[in-house]
Write a protein that binds this ligand. Sequence first.
Ligand code: ATP
Ligand code: MG
Length: 477
Amino acid sequence: MIKAFIERVLPKKTAVRKEHSGKALGIHSEHMSKNAVYVCDKLQRAGFEAYIVGGAVRDALLGVIPKDFDVATNARPEDVKHEFRRAFIIGRRFRLVHVMFGDETIEVSTFRSNTVKTTDGSKGAGEVESDSTGRITSDNVYGTQAEDAARRDFTINALYYDPMRDVVVDFLGGLKDVQKRTLRLIGKAETRYREDPVRMLRAIRLAVKLKCEIAKTTAAPILEHADLIQNVPPARLFDEIQKLLLSGYANETLAALRKHGLAEGLLPLLDLIYKQPGGQKFIELALDNTDRRVREDKPVSPAFLFASLLWHKVTKRWSEIEAGGENRIPALMQAMEEVIDGQRETITLPQRFAGVTREIWLMQPRFEQRTSKAALRVVEQARFRAAYDFLLLRAAAGEVEQELADWWTNFIESDPDIRQELISQRQRAQARHTSPSGEGTGTDGPARRRRSRGGRGRRRDNEGGADSGGAGSADNA
Ligand code: ATP
Ligand code: MG
């Protein structure tokens, strides 16, 4: 206890400030966002220190194009706000400033310290607060640049770039780790995971994304501390899992998480799905599809992704409720609500996604109705595209007949009069299959669904079938 206390209070031996020329390291202010450079320039002109920090510096050094930019400064949030026309102070856990430029936001944070002055749960004014497990619940303590470096997670995330002077500042050997492609936690791993269990997820996500090795001392404690994830507030977990799923490396990252013992309990819905026949293939296809889209810089929809992840839970409940005597559509609606409510405890699915997720699911039985005008109306639904992409995914996973998906592809690509003819053809085909009195009333769904379930997993050659839009277009979100 005392040792941990001293370790955190005293400045680290290794925290020596070293400056390196950006040019020699192969980075340049042109690799950075113009707006981030402008923010640094403006703050420096006002007499403050200001650096581009974290992921952007790391990515640029590793040859990855940075996607978002953070600035660290000794200016207080109010001072930062004062310098820019469109700047907003946000955050409770950390107070930061969002400086807005069109569709780019530069996140500006004041140098902070991670110095905990008490370890017995009591706290003084302005100190870092933690709960009984050691998790930091509030840390708005301002500090020096060296302290700011030490409170960051990994050494390669604690590099500062001054675009005006073209220098990289390193306190903790981050540059050496960049060169070795090693992801190493700053400080004692156990303590850092206790302070913020999300760092375990970040370690694995970043290692996969950056193709880095996780240092032994950073990787080893994960298995033992995996349980701490349960303490993370669901909204924060949702954000992190969304990042992970939309990283462009979702399948690979999930495999790595499982290897490190982090999938169990963390994503109970995923465990459940992986154990179901057919479920694993469905999820892998959904994630492959999303990964491909992210890497091609195409928009992806979190709502679509969550619809995919939870679908097998929904279909399982749906069958059970239907077997209990409920009608098909009300049974689906009940199953949907139960599933959405059920995972709220672990990962909060924000309402704005839940609405679209529901619509995607609810459209699925409607695709089975091809013998009436209903088919014409389905196409006009706002979520048609996302729901259709979802149908393609189900077909690729062998969950519904490929013929059904192909029929819809053909249908939406056809002119209105041809669409009418396609419906008439279905009606005639239906009439041939039913008894003379059983006319096609648009109920070719339930029977079809039951028949087609046996075909699950048979159509491996159809994997590409879900490619036509996959994770849905941006307007699905
Ligand atoms: P990404 O490529 O996913 O954006 P990132 O490292 O930039 O990766 P951000 O969430 O944008 O991730 O965080 C920016 C910086 O803030 C990080 O590089 C790191 O220095 C610091 N940081 C983020 N999360 C944590 C954390 N949980 N604990 C300590 N420092 C963190
Ligand atoms: Mg970032």
